[in-house]
Design a protein around this ligand. Structure first.
Ligand SMILES: Cc1ncc(COP(=O)(O)O)c(C=O)c1O
Length: 312
């Protein structure tokens, strides 16, 4: 279609950045956060083949789901605007729709998505839980027409295919690849693209061990493990220690982390380093999966809790 623009052309090749060398263990970071100013990190990878599929199916609308601070909502809104699609976001929390002006003033993620032209439908938490049911989708099709459905967090087969492009042949020199885990799509792509000698460590941002079957659904290798004790109390929960870690990380290495995913992963890697978990001469590659748009929203919450802000 002539009004479609492909923003997912070959992304820049950004050299991996050395972060630390501790007792013979080297930690590098892959700066996927620098892939694109608005569709960054794993969102670039996950949306690439989904947007291509929506284009080839000649759909006009991308419809997706997310919470009020969702990186995926912000990225889908931007990708839709830049690629020439209308976008609809089904957002958890019907109270957010009561006074949209106020919501937009208070929520940088939704403000950004709205500025990209995304239309919102705010639904209750119980409705949101039904979002994958046939009835819910059928109702939405009646209302909005024949949209292309992008799942919550963007994870599906095509997203995993995109995430298989995170690792390059040059990354074969690393022994351990680390990545943050939410729905499991990103780590699945990394596992699929990994070499036999590599171990993939996932750091879930959520409590619980329910991710294993999801990852096994998308990836057939078993050179991976989840390190489950760095969720800091659960999804989007943070404490003073994590914020101080992020602010120190920024001043030491000049790299901003996001509070929901990459900060917890880096904290976990450094803690495991301190505890001697990695063998001498191990070369670690940590993937920076982006998510920096969420910092403003988190800072609003931190203000209410009398906690220090994340420095930007
Ligand atoms: C910045 C960031 N990093 C990591 C993840 C985890 O990715 P996945 O949901 O594919 O496990 C997400 C969520 O999509 C994310 O927004």
């Amino acid at each position: 279609m002539s009004d479609r623009k492909n923003i997912f052309t070959a992304p820049p090749q950004i050299p991996n950045q050395l972060i630390a060398e501790v007792e013979g263990v080297a930690v590098y970071m892959k700066r996927e956060d620098l892939l694109h100013p608005e569709v960054s990190g794993n969102k670039f990878r996950k949306l690439k083949y989904n947007v291509a599929e929506a284009t080839s199916q000649k759909r006009q609308i991308l419809l997706t789901f997310g919470g009020a601070y969702s990186n995926h909502i912000a990225a889908t809104a931007a990708a839709g605007k830049l690629s020439g699609f209308e976008t609809i976001g089904i957002i958890r929390g019907e109270e957010l729709g009561e006074d949209l002006e106020k919501t937009l003033q208070e929520n940088a993620t939704l403000k950004f998505a709205h500025s990209c032209g995304m239309q919102f439908r705010f639904v209750s938490r119980s409705q949101y839980r039904k979002k994958t049911s046939e009835g819910f989708i059928k109702d939405r099709r009646k209302k909005f027409g024949d949209f292309y459905l992008v799942p919550e967090g963007g994870t599906n087969e095509l997203a995993v295919k995109g995430c298989e492009e995170i690792l390059t042949p040059q990354d074969a020199e690393f022994d351990v690849i680390c990545c943050a885990v939410g729905t499991g799509g990103t780590i699945s792509g990394i596992i699929n693209a990994s070499e036999e000698h590599q171990q993939i460590l996932g750091f879930p941002a959520l409590k619980g061990d329910f991710l294993k079957p999801e990852i096994s659904r998308f990836s057939k290798k078993n050179n991976w493990e989840l390190i489950t004790n760095y969720h800091f109390g659960g999804y989007a929960k943070v404490d003073r220690e994590l914020i101080e870690f992020m602010n120190d990380f920024r001043s030491n290495y000049g790299i901003l982390l996001d509070p929901v995913y990459t900060a917890k992963m880096m904290y976990g890697i450094f803690d495991q380093l301190d505890k001697g978990y990695f063998l001498k001469n191990t070369r670690i590659l940590a993937i920076h999966t982006g998510g920096l748009q969420g910092i403003s929203g988190m800072n609003e919450l931190l203000k209410m809790k009398n906690l220090p802000p994340i420095l930007m």
